[in-house]
Design a protein around this ligand. Structure first.
Ligand code: C2E
Ligand code: MG
Ligand code: MG
Length: 808
């Protein structure tokens, strides 16, 4: 590109700077010259006239004395000579000389002056007396002649001035041309030929380095320099823009993301190939408009809505949308829309199917129980809203799972849980919802179950199924389950409440276990009251312990072969001021739960020791057995503490026996084993209480060295009627004696039972037949009575209720 300025070949000379400058000079000079000419001419004329008047005055002066002589002498001749002499002056028109008496001479030119101006008078004094006027000279000037001379002088001056002006004009024009116009023209011509882009610059005309022209050229050079720089920059910019554009076009065409521009109605103004590929936009005729909702969206209105809201709010919006192909294939797209400000918007589309799938599987994982594949608590939570208008929620808890898990290890526990899940699954309908919400706690939601009959049928089926043996590597094992059932929405408006209700029902069912229960329970508001009742009971128990309101009762244990009393079991009694008698079967578990059992246990042992020490001092050779619950072992009742207590009451170790249940053995085997061994090596005897009710396995007896087993009263009670119970009792007695263990039969109430037990070879008995638990104060009397009655021949003692005063 060239920055040469185009020659203006058609320029008119009269528009050029030379002509204009010269005309301006000429005009100015002429105007000024004309004016000054007029003024000078006037001045010259005035001066000529003034000189003329002065000249005439001097003329008169030169003849004044001669004329005064003529007047004095009244000499007309002389006067005439004077007058003629004056008239020789061409500027005198006429002369009159008069004395005081008469006119001495009058002379006048023939040609008359056209101007009539007043004549000049000169008084003439006497030659002797200057002050005496004797005559007068009257001179008429020849004004035409004067005027003519003045005009001639004026004309001359004008000619001179004009000639001067002409010279000035020519000189000034020449100078202007040389000094200003020519260099300007030269600059202009060079400027026309200049190619600034090739780095050339304008040369300052010689001699003008310091003048305005020099500065002008410098300015022009600077300006063109700047102009060229700007042009260069612009050229660069354009080149870069072109490159960028090419790059963007490339990007647009080859990016894996879909890009489009659409108007508010979703009409696509432009889009790249990836957009078609990603959105499954169907092929269409070139000229038919293509719409954003033509893509395979599952819900085509949703992306359009996003587009509109972006345009409406003038803000970028984004969302994830599902595409569904013709063959049912799915694709997740992330759509981000940015308004362009002209009513249209630009959008990008990216494939997020993989991420969505990962999210989905992560979400699924978060709501799934990894062991059973059922939902977990979170899954139940999330599904809660979709479970329907009304349904039954059954909470299923395996009985004794914890013990099995502890005793047999996690693999066995997992096996049981998996098996349970399968069984529950088998018993569910397609609409039901299953979850495992805790270790061994399952939930089955029965969709649309509205009344108890349906739920009852299901609960019974579940209990039957779960009562079946679990096949484990070590051999089949029986567990059973307890269920709690609550209805939505009656028993709980939200999951939290509903689960709580079901758990309450479950607890209710569990507590009633062994009594008239079916292994399940429906929630009812009384359970809630029970919970509150229990909470109040807890408070009361705390107070009772603090106020030493608990007492011990003693129930005799009898040697049914030697027919004598050998000991007693210490049993706790709580007589509440308002509630009356509270069973230890109620408050002992409560004390375990609220952490009071340690304190209570120490009290029981202390009291028992005190009593037995007193009796032994009084000559009664008896022992007292003390119940110890699992929670007390080992820290709440260490073996050393028991020994200390015995020592304090100066008791031999045989004076105290410790009764534990199988629960103790199941919690932490190693700990229990050590505790038992310590006590036994200290000489104490360990009784296994309630034998037969739990998972009584003979292996316990082998693993844990015991002294005595106490057969649970439920077997003794039913022994008469139920032959299987009788066989069981007999088996226990036989087995125990073969292991070198003693047997105490609990709950002996009838003579027939006593007879049977004797027959079987059972050594000891305990029960209402001999005595109810009695207060310590009544024990000696009771013991005496029992010994006396046992000494009588059969069929005594009497089957009637013993007369001894009893607590209960
Ligand atoms: P347990 O150790 O099996 O005590 C025997 C229970 O059978 C006592 O109930 C006793 O009154 C009752 N019983 C005795 N003979 C007969 C009978 O002929 N027929 C019937 N139907 N029942 C009879 P109690 O006193 O209500 O105690 C219940 C349970 O409370 C005890 O069962 C024991 O497990 C627990 N317990 C009582 N006192 C204590 C204690 O000091 N510490 C601990 N840890 N538990 C205790
Ligand atoms: Mg007991
Ligand atoms: Mg018992």
């Amino acid at each position: 590109m060239s920055l040469a300025i185009k020659q203006n070949s058609g320029a008119r000379w009269w528009k050029g700077i030379v002509f204009r400058t010269l005309s301006a000079i000429a005009l100015t000079t002429l105007l000024l010259g004309g004016a000054s000419n007029l003024i000078i001419r006037q001045l010259v004329t005035d001066r000529v006239q003034a000189q003329a008047v002065q000249g005439l005055g001097e003329l008169i002066d030169s003849v004044e004395s001669t004329a005064s002589v003529a007047c004095f002498a009244n000499d007309e001749q002389l006067a005439m000579e004077v007058a003629q002499g004056l008239l020789r002056n061409s500027e005198v028109q006429g002369i009159v000389i008069r004395s005081n008496d008469k006119e001495l001479a009058r002379i006048e030119r023939k040609e008359r002056s056209t101007s009539d101006i007043a004549p000049m008078f000169r008084s003439l004094g006497s030659p002797f007396k200057k002050d005496e006027t004797i005559g007068q000279i009257e001179l008429h000037a020849h004004w035409d002649a004067i005027y003519q001379r003045a005009a001639e002088n004026g004309r001359y001056a004008t000619i001179l001035l004009t000639a001067q002006l002409m010279l000035v004009i020519v000189g000034a024009a020449g100078m202007v041309f040389l000094v200003v116009v020519r260099p300007i023209k030269a600059i202009s011509d060079r400027l026309h030929r200049l190619d600034a882009t090739s780095g050339k610059s304008l040369r300052v005309p010689e001699g003008h380095e310091q003048t305005e022209l020099g500065r002008l050229v410098d300015d022009i050079n600077e300006l063109t320099g700047r102009l060229v720089d700007t042009l260069d920059q612009e050229r660069d910019l354009r080149r870069r823009q072109e490159i960028d554009q090419r790059k963007y076009q490339d990007l647009f065409a080859h990016t894996p993301s879909g890009i489009f521009v659409a108007d508010g109605d979703g009409r696509l103004e432009s889009f790249n190939p990836a957009f078609i590929e990603l959105t499954w936009l169907p092929a269409m005729a070139e000229d038919s408009p293509r719409l954003l909702d033509h893509a395979g969206w599952e819900n085509p209105a949703a992306p359009i809505e996003l587009l509109r809201s972006s345009l409406l709010t003038h803000a970028s919006c984004s969302g994830d949308f599902l595409l569904r192909g013709r063959r049912g294939d799915e694709r997740w797209l992330h759509l981000a829309i940015t308004p362009l400000g002209d009513g249209s918007a630009q959008g990008t589309v990216t494939d997020i199917t993989l991420r969505k799938r990962e999210e989905l599987s992560a979400r699924r994982l978060a709501i799934t129980d990894s062991l059973t594949g059922l939902n977990n608590r979170e899954g139940l939570h999330q599904a809660f809203d979709q479970l329907g208008q009304c349904f039954a929620l059954i909470v299923i808890n395996l009985d004794g799972f914890k013990q099995i898990n502890d005793a047999m290890g996690f693999p066995a526990g997992d096996q049981i849980l998996l098996n349970t899940a399968t069984r529950i699954r088998l018993l569910s309908q397609p609409d039901d919802f299953l979850a495992r919400i805790g270790g061994d706690e399952f939930v089955q939601v029965m969709a649309n179950a509205q009344d108890r009959s349906q739920a009852t049928a299901r609960a019974e089926a579940l209990l039957t199924e779960l009562a079946l043996p679990y096949p484990l590597e070590a051999g089949p094992i029986l567990l059973g389950a307890t269920l709690g059932i609550a209805f939505y929405p009656n028993d709980g408006a939200d999951l939290h409440q509903l689960l709580r209700s079901a758990e309450l029902a479950l607890n209710g069912a569990r507590q009633a276990r062994g009594a008239a229960t079916h292994g399940y329970r429906f929630f009812d508001p009384s359970l809630q009251t029970e919970v509150e009742h229990r909470r109040r009971l807890e408070d009361d128990l705390r107070q009772a312990v603090a106020a030493h309101e608990l007492r011990l009762a003693f129930q005799p244990i009898v040697d049914i072969h030697a027919n004598k009393l050998v000991g007693a079991e210490a049993l706790l009694r709580w007589q509440h001021a308002e509630r009356g008698f509270v069973s230890p079967e109620i408050f002992i578990p409560l004390a375990e739960k609220i952490g009071l059992i340690g304190e209570i246990g120490r009290f029981v042992l202390g009291e028992a020791c005190k009593q037995v020490a007193q009796w032994r001092r009084n000559g009664m050779d008896v022992y007292v057995s003390v119940n110890v619950s699992a929670r007390q072992i080992p820290d709440e009742l260490p073996a050393i503490a028991v020994q200390t207590m015995l020592r304090r009451h100066k008791l031999p170790p045989q004076a105290i026996a410790i009764e534990i249940t199988e629960g103790v053995l199941m919690s932490d085997i190693a700990v229990a084993q050590r505790w038992i061994e310590e006590l036994r090596s200290a000489g104490l005897r360990i009784y296994l209480d309630d034998f037969g009710t739990g998972y009584s396995s003979l292996s316990y007896l082998k693993r844990f060295p015991m002294d005595t087993v106490k057969i649970d009263k439920s077997f003794i009670r039913d022994m008469g009627a139920d032959t299987s119970d009788r066989a069981l009792v007999e088996a226990i007695v036989t087995m125990a004696s073969s292991l070198g263990l003693n047997v105490v039969a609990e709950g002996v109430e009838e003579l027939a039972q006593l007879a049977l037990l004797r027959e079987m070879g059972c050594t000891y008995g305990q029960g209402y037949l001999f005595s109810r638990p009695v207060a310590a104060a009544d024990f000696v009397a009771t013991a005496t009575r029992i010994d006396a009655e046992l000494a009588l021949p059969m069929p005594s003692p009497s089957p009637s209720v013993p007369p001894a005063p009893t607590f209960r």
